[in-house]
Design a protein around this ligand. Structure first.
Ligand code: FES
Ligand code: FES
Length: 160
């Protein structure tokens, strides 16, 4: 049976997708949510990372038929009323990316990390982000942005 609805960024979205199609394909090709990137297509790079009920998953390896009523969050869902997520803002401020092809996946994994562990140490950041590959090698700045975000969130006592 085809998948006819997915809960994306808090909104039920209609679709008509064979259940074995990847979540990545449905997001990009059917729903126009092209912020999520196709990198390796083999579960190795993390460019396609989205959150499913808050857990980072490789959307290139996730059949859309397995998602069901779970909440899918893509990079498009992080901004609220014109305000970026604190991590997005920090990444801009530290000028973290070069080509930025990895950015969406990095952001989603980083957001999941901060939700789970609001004050991660550098080794914890490295461990959690380990599956996300940046071909431009901007890892030090990505780590700096996550650390900056954590310190700001601590000041606010919140998760955004
Ligand atoms: S595109 Fe999904 S892990 Fe590389
Ligand atoms: S900034 Fe180019 S792949 Fe990360």
């Amino acid at each position: 049976m085809n998948v006819t609805s997915l809960l994306i960024n808090g909104v039920p979205r209609s679709c008509d997708a064979a259940p074995e199609r990847t979540l990545l394909s449905v997001l990009r090709d059917d729903l126009g949510l092209t912020g999520t990137k196709y990198g390796c297509g083999e579960g190795q790079c993390g460019a396609c990372t989205v959150l499913v009920d808050g857990v980072p998953v490789r959307s290139c390896q996730t059949p859309c038929g397995t998602v069901g009523p779970q909440k899918v969050t893509t990079v498009e869902g992080l901004e609220h009323a014109g305000t970026l997520h604190a991590l997005q803002q920090a990444l801009i401020e530290v000028d973290a990316f070069q080509c930025a092809y990895c950015a969406s996946g990095m952001i989603m994994t980083g957001v999941a990390l901060l939700a789970k562990n609001p004050q991660p140490t550098e080794p914890e950041i490295v461990r959690f982000m380990d599956g996300n590959i940046c071909r431009c090698g901007t890892y030090p700045r990505i780590i700096a942005a996550i650390t900056l975000t954590a310190s700001r969130l601590a000041g606010k006592g919140g998760s955004r």
